[in-house]
Design a protein around this ligand. Structure first.
Ligand code: ADP
Length: 610
């Protein structure tokens, strides 16, 4: 069957798109092909059209290796809907379905069979495959072969053997990817043992995408990121939940925790937002994705776990809340915007700590010197992209194709404002506080007597009751709230000055912690509980704090709803000894006294009478 007829009659497309014909002609002539095209360009047709043509001419089945079950199922569903005999073999099938698919393969009834790389290299399955009639091998997402890439899958390294298994070297192989630098392309060709493949390079220029980078000043990261993200979403009309014509947006975050926090902020700001990451249950992920697919949520905050195979036409913005680990990952994620060809925005929020965050994430996975060198190279490319002020699409195209001959896009921030006049200068760093404040910091460090994160210490001194501050016991510092009128930046700057003056030292490699110089003291500190000695005022506060937290757990309240810190301090000061005396404590209304009064009096009594 002629490929043009297959494209028209089976797939319903009038003409081939750029590069498709070249790749299809190559494999139909028995040659190998390597296809590098951006997502959405139409790579599937490059193997599906010849697969149908070959099968209907009696040459056998095309085996497609695909890394994701969801992706396989989507493809098979679409093919079957077009009358193509396609099936997938993966771990989620029950035994009956698996046997039936194998039977159809062996009987030559399948035009396309999708397989996971793991299954393709299983010994038992390879023996079966050896007896099947195979017309073509297609390796989708072929960059998974490379440790340089961001989706490395070790099983891909063994796919080169497939051709030998499938009855001889005559079978052509086509490898496809949306994300590969020249180096990764070479790695794909050598690992899959492609024989002088016809190489098809697509156009990475996406005229409808406006790329933009906003630099996030140190110390004001979250504020700036949230404001920039919300402004971008608002410009697109995504806050209005009734108007679905404005499309949707994906916010990519580097970590699961950030994804959750950002989703919370968006919801609080009135956006219909959901979140998706690999730490959620399959059901929760499914709900998040369905909500987004149906338009119930207009903004999805996600880690890179969300994306492969995602194809929504109307994504108007992809915001990277933090920088990703490589330009490959960036382009693939950002490239999910504007599939319908309408103008869309790809915004990268870039802060000094972002590359460090990526290092931390990847360090836990692997730390061989080779992998580290590759990671550093990838991170450096992200840094260069963020810090450049030339056409962003030119940088991306040059990165992917290895050539410099791309026209400027005219839509990115650098093209719109070549002089960079609109770049806001970063604010001056906060000034350190006076000596009295520095003394308070040192006193707090003496009281705490162990290393503490700079940010957490600053938050505690400003009076924060946030969970990390409570968990680390920083709310019990006598200096808690003592610098409430100073900014967090200024406190951190003062801590930095104390470090420069050697009055504090840095501790820990991963997080910026500080400590007093010298070995830690053995005795516990002023704010800690000292036992029932009848004299310690701080013991009452400690006990009251423990009590309110246990009540809060029981009642499913927040601790401050039981009573606030000021109330505990007042109880400690006034030592009430009757219900009447409790009424004079600010913050203890009748209903609280009714609920907790007797317990509070018992605590006070325990710690004031020896
Ligand atoms: P990729 O795998 O490169 O991300 P797909 O193969 O999923 O892209 O194709 C993206 C979209 O383009 C699909 O909706 C597909 O039907 C459409 N498409 C592919 N080839 C053509 C063509 N020749 N003409 C029109 N539409 C096409």
């Amino acid at each position: 069957m002629d490929p043009t007829a297959v494209l028209r009659d089976v797939f319903g497309h009038a003409a081939f798109r750029g590069g498709q014909r070249e790749a299809i002609d190559a494999v139909l002539a028995g040659r190998d092909a390597l296809v590098l095209q951006p997502t959405g360009a139409g790579k599937s047709a490059c193997y599906q059209v010849p697969a149908v043509a070959l099968a209907r001419a009696g040459h056998g089945t095309t085996i497609v290796i695909s890394p994701l079950i969801a992706l396989m199922n989507d493809q098979v569903r679409a093919l079957v809907g077009r009358g193509v005999a396609a099936a997938a073999l993966h771990s989620q099938l029950d035994d009956d379905d698996r046997l039936e698919t194998l039977r159809r393969l062996m009987a030559g009834e399948l035009e396309l069979l999708y397989l996971s790389p793991e299954r393709a290299v299983l010994d038992g399955f390879r023996r079966l495959l050896g007896r099947a009639r195979v017309a073509l091998l297609a390796i989708d997402e072929a960059h998974c072969v490379s440790q340089w890439g961001h989706d490395f899958r070790p099983e891909y390294l063994r796919l080169g053997e497939l051709r030998e298994i499938c009855d001889g070297p005559a079978i052509p192989m086509i490898a496809l990817t949306a994300t590969a630098t020249p180096r990764v392309m070479a790695e794909i060709a050598s690992s899959l043992e492609l024989r002088t493949p016809v190489t098809v390079r697509g156009d990475f220029h996406r005229p409808n995408l406006a790329f933009e980078v906003i630099h996030v000043p140190p110390g004001r990261g979250e504020e700036t990121r949230l404001a920039a993200m919300i402004a971008a979403l608002e410009r697109l009309g995504l806050r209005d939940q009734r108007d679905r014509s404005t499309g949707r947006a994906i916010i990519y975050c580097a970590t699961r925790k950030t994804a959750e926090t950002v989703a919370d902020h968006l919801k609080a700001a009135g956006f219909a937002a959901g979140y998706y990451h690999a730490g959620r249950t399959a059901r929760a992920r499914d709900r998040a994705q369905t909500g987004f697919s149906l338009g119930r949520t207009r903004v999805l905050v996600a880690t890179n776990a969300f994306g492969m195979g995602i194809d929504y036409p109307d994504i108007r913005a992809i915001v990277h809340y933090q920088a990703p680990g490589s330009l490959e990952a960036y382009y693939q994620e950002a490239g999910r915007a504007g599939r319908d060809g309408d103008p869309s925005t790809c915004l990268l929020l870039f802060g000094r700590g972002d590359l460090m965050t990526q290092r931390r994430i990847s360090q836990s996975n692997s730390s061989s010197a080779k992998v580290e060198a590759r990671r550093e190279e990838a991170l450096a490319a992200v840094g260069r992209y963020a810090n450049a002020w030339t056409c962003r699409q030119q940088i991306l195209c040059a990165h992917f194709t290895g050539t410099e001959d791309h026209a400027a896009c005219t839509t990115c921030d650098a093209c719109r404002d070549p002089q960079g006049a609109s770049i806001e200068p970063l604010p001056a760093p906060a000034a350190a506080l006076d000596d009295a404040s520095a003394q308070i910091i040192l006193a707090a460090m003496t009281a705490h007597d162990r290393p503490v994160g700079k940010g957490n210490l600053a938050k505690a001194l400003r009076g924060s009751q946030a969970k990390p501050i409570v968990i680390q016991g920083l709310v019990r510092l006598p200096q808690h709230g003592a610098l409430a009128s100073a900014s967090e930046d200024a406190i951190v700057a003062t801590i930095d000055r104390l470090v420069a003056d050697l009055r504090l030292v840095r501790k820990g490699r991963k997080y910026p912690m500080v400590a007093l110089p010298g070995p830690p003291k053995v005795t516990r500190t002023t704010y800690a509980r000292r036992g029932r000695d009848g004299t310690s005022t701080s013991s009452i506060t400690v006990e009251l704090d423990r009590y309110r937290r246990s009540m809060a757990r029981k009642l499913k309240w927040k601790a401050y709803m039981v009573f606030q810190k000021a109330t505990m301090v007042a109880i400690d000061e006034k030592r009430p000894d009757s219900l009447l005396a409790l009424q004079r404590i600010p913050g203890l209304g009748l209903s609280r006294i009714e609920r907790f009064g007797a317990d509070v009096l018992a605590i006070v009594k325990r710690y004031t009478v020896s």
